[in-house]
Design a protein around this ligand. Structure first.
Ligand code: PBG
Length: 325
């Protein structure tokens, strides 16, 4: 006994009904806006492959942070373009580094914005790998030591959350230990736990000037074909003390987001990465897609898959659109 007793269309007749029975409600309170900080003053340079996204000096970052907070977005994640690069990414741990200075400047404003920092070496090494290279390989354990120092320098500058994105083994534990040792037990760790070796990071590497100068990241980032391995990575990061975990990229990994959500009782994030942003922007500019509609559909899908936190370059637009609905 189905039709005519059951008529699912009854609940789709108008917006009030559709709103009432809506299962997934995208909200600004789960969004994080990524930002790129560079040296200098009054610098605001648009990234050509990411329309609307800029490399900015600290003063400009602070201005945009005011806007981000006024839109109701709870936090930002900072990426640094340092003054100088070297084989070990030394500028990444400096108290005078771009990210560290940006955090301090944001803190001085008394904004309530959560300041998250990306912890990695790829933007700071001259070879562009996420770790130090020894004997032709990205060395895990020496990298972990530097990452822990970097996370500490971010905490000292006033970061609320550190987010290691390098995919070295054991870095979450090393960072937790370093933070605790220096009385930063309240600084949280959002781990890029399942980060895939993805072609969708292309535009980011222009934005962060972080392309590897030789080889690729396959020896540390995950194989896109693996989902069970993601659960293992998440499990290990949680054991080591991660407070929240992230899957990255988002769109091609919705199944992974769902599996992580179902398997663990911690907040789960997803990174709607640069290539995902660039595809939508490019098609919208050509008039091939309705940008607002498609972005809300994509982010609703990521949220429905199980991510309650979404890092996205669309965050400011989405906040405006959600306010208007
Ligand atoms: C650094 C890092 C990357 C991204 C975030 N952190 C790039 C990479 O691994 O090459 C990508 C973000 C994006 O594409 O938006 N390791």
């Amino acid at each position: 006994m189905s039709f005519p007793t059951h008529r699912p269309r009854r609940l789709r007749r108008n917006e009030a009904l559709r709103g009432l029975v809506r299962e997934t409600r995208l909200s600004t309170s789960g969004l994080i806006y990524p930002m790129f900080v560079c040296p200098g003053a009054r610098v605001r340079q648009e990234v050509s492959s990411m329309p609307g996204i800029h490399q900015q000096s600290v003063d400009q970052i602070v201005e945009e942070c005011r806007e981000v907070e006024s839109l109701g977005i709870p936090g930002i994640i900072l990426f640094g373009l340092p003054e100088s690069k070297d084989p070990r990414g030394a500028s990444s741990v400096s108290a005078q580094g771009v990210v560290q200075r940006a955090i301090e400047a944001i803190r001085k404003t008394k904004l309530k914005l959560l300041v998250i920092t990306d912890v990695c070496l790829c933007g700071y090494t001259d070879h562009g790998h996420c770790g130090v290279v020894e004997n032709g390989e990205v060395s895990n354990d020496s990298t972990v030591t530097i990452l822990a120092q970097q996370a500490l320098s971010h905490a000292r500058a006033g970061a609320d959350i550190v987010a290691p994105s390098d995919m070295m083994d054991g870095r979450v534990g090393a960072i937790r230990e370093m933070l605790d040792e220096h009385k930063f037990e309240n600084v949280a760790i959002l781990s890029y736990a399942a980060k895939y070796c993805s072609g969708f990071y292309g535009p980011f590497r222009e934005a962060a000037q972080s392309s590897p100068q030789f080889g690729d990241r396959r020896s540390y980032q995950m194989d896109p074909a693996n989902a069970r391995e993601a659960l293992k990575e998440v499990e290990l990061d949680l054991e080591e003390g991660a407070d929240m975990v992230m899957v990255k990229p988002a769109l091609a990994y919705l199944d992974v987001i769902r599996r992580v959500r179902d398997a663990f009782d911690v907040p789960v994030g997803a990174y709607n990465v640069s290539g995902e942003y660039a595809m939508v922007k490019a098609a919208a500019q050509k008039g091939w897609l309705d940008e607002q509609r498609v972005v809300l559909e994509i982010l609703t899908g990521v949220h429905r898959a199980g991510a309650e936190i979404i890092l996205t370059y669309h965050a400011k637009d989405v906040a405006r659109w959600l306010k208007a609905c």
